[in-house]
Every structure is written in C-alpha cells, then in structure tokens.
Design a protein around this ligand. Structure first.
Ligand SMILES: Nc1nc2c(ncn2[C@@H]2O[C@H](COP(=O)(O)OP(=O)(O)O)[C@@H](O)[C@H]2O)c(=O)[nH]1
Ligand SMILES: [Mg+2]
Length: 308
C-alpha cells in the first residue's frame, strides 16, 4: 500500500480561520502591548490561550516561556508577543515526530473507523478512500454500520463520489459483514480496506463488545494484517473530545485520531492539546466537507497555518 501525503497549506489556513480569529487575532485586540506588559496583560493572554482549548498545562508552559523571553525586549508590541508565542509553540511541537515511511508491504491495510454518532466517520472514510485511490491503491469501503439503514446509503453516496467499490450485505451482525468483506479483499488483492462502523458511546458495553468481535474476526481472516483503529473526534465538541479519546482508549486499542470539522470550530487549539499529550497520535484532520478536505496532521504546519 502506498501512503499519501496531503497537506495543502492554503486549505489548512482557510480551515483554521475561526481558530485563528479566536487566538491570534484576539491577541491583537485584547493585549495592549505596552512597554510594561504587566501581570494583568499576561493574564489576558492566558485567558485567550485557555479559551482556544489548548489546555491548561500547555498554556502555563507558554506563559512561563513568554515571561522569561519578554524581559529582554524593550519594544513590547503585539507583533513581538505574537512572534514569541509562535516560536514557543513551534519549539514545543518540533519534537513530535511524524511517520515518514511511504509504503507498507503487507496487505490489505485495514482501517477500522470508530467514534460517536455524527463525529464524521463516514465522511472521513470517503475522504480517505479518495486520497488512497488517487495515488494508485486498490481501495474498498465496508458498510459495517448495521445499526442505521441510512448509514449504508450515505456510505454508498461517498463510494460513488470517489469511485471505489463498497461492500455491504444484509447481515445484522457487523462482524459478519467484516468477515465477508475481508475474504474478498484478500482474494482480490485490495490494498486498503476502510471499515465504517455504527456510532457508539464508550459506555455502551454491548457496542464495545461488538468492536472486540470485529477485531477478532479481522485477525481470523487475515492474521497479522496491518491494521489501524482510528477514533474520529469532532473538534467542535471541545473538551468532550478529550474525554472521548481517554475513555475509548481504555476499552479498545486506538492507534490514531482523526479530528474533524476544524473549519467549523474556533477551538482548533484542541488539536495542539491532544498532540502535546502524545498519548495517541493525531493522524488526520478534517477541514471541510469535500473529499479533498482531509489532510495529514503535522503540528508544525498546523501552527504555521494558525499564525499565517
Ligand atoms: N465542516 C465539516 N463538516 C464535516 C467534516 N467531517 C464531517 N463533517 C460533517 O459532519 C456530519 C456528520 O458526518 P458523518 O460522516 O455522517 O458522521 P458519522 O455519524 O460519524 O458517520 C456531516 O454533515 C458531515 O458533512 C469536516 O471536516 N468539516
Ligand atoms: Mg456514519
């Protein structure tokens, strides 16, 4: 399977308009930048950082660094504060490595896409299918959301739109759908299989058991299959997204996160908060509803786009 690299800086920038408004532009609005930038002004800066959802630990780290740096500057204008913040953010995130391999030999590569209702699972699958197909992979999407009848139809619309085959059948048990789909994927030499699942809360035990069952079926049909379980989180749900990541991860092994709807959120800082904790890597971000609106996540690019 070939891996795709898709970071369109202009699109990322546009997707972060609201977040930029809420962070960078607010700094110019609210902080005076007067020569004796006092505690009061720094508190305002702290408030702005917190309100953009970058989290308390990261905020404190940044404020501390800015306090240290600012004493050596005589001219404390807004540009300086902005630049300091930008530089310190980049420093923090520079050490976060991103994968740089370009292909995986064993196939099919299986993505199990999970998350709560409406987080953007089906849309993300459409976008992933588009990206993987565009660079020459043989891609299949699997309708394993057997819970809602409309779910299959929605996935079907996406499959048509990005021109990849969809596997679906009338089975009520999603693991049976997965089983049948993987038999085909194996026999027909597919590179990438994207499995759509029903929206679930980590508190619903039967639905979580269902995920374990899907996982064991995958292992049965294709032992040692390269596989990633991606948890899809809606950026507009703020701190709730953080809680979901923690709770889901207690019950199923999550390999990566997809943060969707950044274009609709003023609190894109949530991405940096999650990323700085480094517990689960963010793999992809959604910056719109279109099939081209999914990007690989790189903290540095993200910060640059936020400040640009
Ligand atoms: N603006 C925006 N909307 C998104 C994004 N990702 C998903 N959506 C929208 O969120 C809604 C729910 O998405 P869907 O894929 O059906 O969620 P699911 O229930 O998890 O499968 C749909 O209206 C999508 O168009 C995104 O990155 N940006
Ligand atoms: Mg869906």
């Amino acid at each position: 399977m070939k891996l795709f690299k898709n970071i369109n800086f202009e699109k990322l920038k546009n997707g972060l308009n609201k977040s930029r408004e809420n962070l960078v532009n607010k700094i110019s609005e609210k902080i005076s930048g007067k020569a004796n930038l006092d505690e009061n002004e720094l508190e305002k800066l702290e408030e702005i950082l917190i309100s953009s959802d970058i989290g308390v630990p990261l905020t404190e780290k940044l404020i501390d660094e800015i306090k240290k740096k600012i004493v050596i500057h005589k001219e404390r204008n807004i540009t300086l504060i902005r630049n300091l913040l930008f530089t310190e953010m980049l420093k923090i995130f520079k050490n976060i490595s991103t994968e740089n391999f370009t292909s995986i030999n064993s196939k099919p590569f299986i993505y199990l896409i999970i998350g709560v209702n409406g987080s953007g699972k089906t849309t993300t699958i459409g976008k992933l299918a588009y990206n993987y197909k565009t660079i020459g992979n043989k891609v299949m999407v699997v309708a394993a959301d057997t819970f809602r009848a409309a779910a299959n139809e929605q996935l079907e619309v996406w499959a048509k739109r990005v021109d990849v085959p969809i596997f679906k059948n009338d089975a009520k048990d999603p693991s049976s759908v997965v089983y049948d789909s993987l038999e085909i994927a194996k026999n027909e030499n597919y590179d990438v299989v994207l499995i759509d699942t029903a929206g679930r809360l980590h508190t619903k035990k039967d639905l979580m058991d269902e995920l374990s069952k899907i996982n064991s079926v995958i292992g049965k049909v294709i032992p040692h299959a390269p596989k990633e379980t991606l948890l899809v989180l809606d950026a507009t749900s703020g701190q709730n997204a953080i809680i979901q990541a923690q709770e889901f991860n207690k019950i199923v092994n999550i390999d990566g996160l997809v943060i969707t709807k950044l274009d609709g959120s003023a609190k894109g800082g949530i991405v940096l908060q999650i990323s700085s904790e480094k517990k689960i890597p963010i793999k992809f971000i959604g910056v719109g509803e279109h099939h081209t609106d999914l990007q690989n996540f790189e903290a540095e690019q993200f910060i640059k786009a936020m400040f640009d």
